[in-house]
Design a binder for this molecule. Structure first.
Ligand SMILES: Cc1cc2nc3c(=O)[nH]c(=O)nc-3n(C[C@H](O)[C@H](O)[C@H](O)COP(=O)(O)OP(=O)(O)OC[C@H]3O[C@@H](n4cnc5c(N)ncnc54)[C@H](O)[C@@H]3O)c2cc1C
Length: 446
């Protein structure tokens, strides 16, 4: 079997399928990251949640990943006046998410894949084109300066959001796909560890500076530093287009993120020189072509990062595909069909929720009603754990609840929360017994 792309999805998939398939070859355009340096301004750390953890456990990789993780139990909201408010993500001890460096995680995943003697990773092998009619990709072996042809049966394209394979299929009409570019981009910055090696902000939280149309976030790293990401419109009055000079960057940070600015060395030069990342949502009408080809991970369904779920979803893809393969055997058309029939609606659901979460993170989180509705939803979950689970918790902590259920259920629950908090500013102004009765009457068990 051939897999194109040895990112998070391709490597985990190879590890999980190695027990079922006699040989797996992974073709990756990049150099082996275990032998080189990450490029500046592209460090990215990711939030790992229940769905990702379930996959890493199933692949028996979790013991190697655990030392890389920094737990985060809630959001620390940094207000404009410099004050902070902590909003827990969940209410049980095990309801937490983890910050992990993308680069370190990828290295562990490569090691895990290569532990299988029937898996081989070919670095510096770039897919340059794909012929949908024959199902064959042309791959440039940069080290040997030659071209090879890579095909099926069951070719799997895990070549990321800009997938050459998906684009070729879309051009010929084999797979209808849309790419909706967000008008906002992102740049990364760093808050280094303190002189004693400790964290300069609370390491147990994901920090957010919500400012309405834009926001800054910070995730902790095991070394005591934080990776910050500034999400901002690409064009307009307050945008990356206007942050081109040191004076402009200084003034922008001074009026919006003064407390963070004080902790970022070389803020202006870093912001100006670091690369601008683009964001978007990829949706396909289908992901497979008979048993010949399957798109998976970001290649099939890139989502914006505001629910911290793109990688978690890609890992969930691997769990599902392995499960179906185990049950069905190598009847690839059947495997791909069944996989797509389950996961396509889930991917569309989390794509929608991720877009909604951007508004929540940069804006709604500042509304006192948001905190009240959070409190009420925790109270209802305590009273009726089988009937009311906050949507965020369903997505992040309940790997067994499909994304599409979380989305549909979340819509019903949000309407209820708005009704129940309409005339209240505090939890003690709400008749909780009456609210419980309403939930019992209107919501079926999950
Ligand atoms: C700013 C940001 C923050 C994010 N935060 C989170 C988060 O907190 N939590 C979360 O779950 N997700 C997050 N994500 C999403 C997550 O990074 C992706 O969903 C995940 O990496 C997808 O994995 P993948 O293997 O499908 O794609 P990728 O990781 O992109 O891997 C694709 C691989 O294919 C290779 N490749 C590409 N083109 C070719 C080619 N032509 N030939 C050969 N190889 C090729 C690439 O080099 C790469 O190794 C974030 C994304 C961004 C941009």
């Amino acid at each position: 079997m051939n897999i194109l792309g040895a990112g998070q999805c391709g490597t985990l998939l190879a590890t999980m399928l190695a027990q079922h398939v006699s040989r797996i070859d992974l073709y990756e355009r990049g150099l082996d990251p275990r032998r080189g340096m990450a490029s500046a301004g592209r460090s990215i750390n990711l939030a790992l949640a229940a769905r990702g953890i379930r996959a890493l456990e199933a692949a028996k990789v979790m013991p190697r990943v655990r030392p890389l993780l920094v737990p985060m139990r809630g959001r620390m909201v940094h207000k404009l006046d410099g004050s902070t408010e902590y909003l827990p993500y969940g209410q049980r001890d095990d309801e937490l998410i983890f910050s992990v460096s993308r680069g370190q995680l990828n290295q562990v995943l490569l090691d895990a894949a290569e532990d299988h003697s029937n898996v081989q990773v070919h670095f510096q092998h770039e897919v340059t084109s794909f012929d949908p009619a024959s199902g064959v990709a042309r791959v440039r072996d940069h080290a040997a300066d030659r071209e090879v042809e890579v095909g099926g049966p069951a070719l799997i394209a895990a070549d990321g959001a800009g997938s050459v394979v998906r684009n070729a299929c879309a051009r010929t009409g084999l797979i209808a796909a849309t790419e909706a570019r967000l008008q906002h981009g992102y740049k990364e910055l760093t808050i280094p560890a303190a002189a004693d090696g400790g964290f300069q902000l609370d390491s147990g939280a994901l920090h957010i500076w919500p400012r309405g149309e834009f926001m800054l976030i910070a995730l902790p790293n095991p070394g005591g530093d934080f990776t910050l990401t500034l999400f901002l419109p690409n064009e307009g009055e307050q945008s990356f287009a206007t942050l081109k000079t040191e004076q402009a960057v200084e003034a922008f940070f001074e009026s919006n993120f003064a407390d963070a600015a004080a902790l970022i060395p070389n803020l202006c030069s870093s912001l100006i020189s670091n690369p601008l990342g683009l964001l978007g949502t990829v949706r396909c009408q289908r992901w497979h072509d008979g048993g010949k080809l399957l798109l998976i991970g970001d290649a099939a369904h890139a989502v914006v990062p505001f629910h911290g779920q793109g990688m978690n979803l890609a890992f969930e893809d691997c769990v599902l595909l392995e499960q179906i393969l185990r049950e069905t055997g190598q009847h690839w058309q059947q495997v791909f069909e069944r996989y797509e029939s389950i996961q396509l609606t889930n991917a569309n659901a989390i794509a929608d929720m991720a877009l909604e979460n951007y508004v929540e993170m940069r804006d709604t989180v500042r509304d006192p009603k948001f905190a009240l509705q959070k409190q009420l939803s925790f109270e209802l979950e305590r009273r009726l754990p089988n009937r009311f689970i906050p949507r965020y918790s369903m997505v992040m902590f309940h790997a067994e609840i499909p994304y599409r259920v979380a989305k549909d259920r979340g819509t019903l629950q949000q309407a209820l929360l708005e009704r129940l908090t309409r005339d209240a500013d505090r939890l003690d102004q709400i008749d909780l017994d009456a609210a419980t009765a309403i939930v019992c009457a209107e919501l079926t068990p999950i």
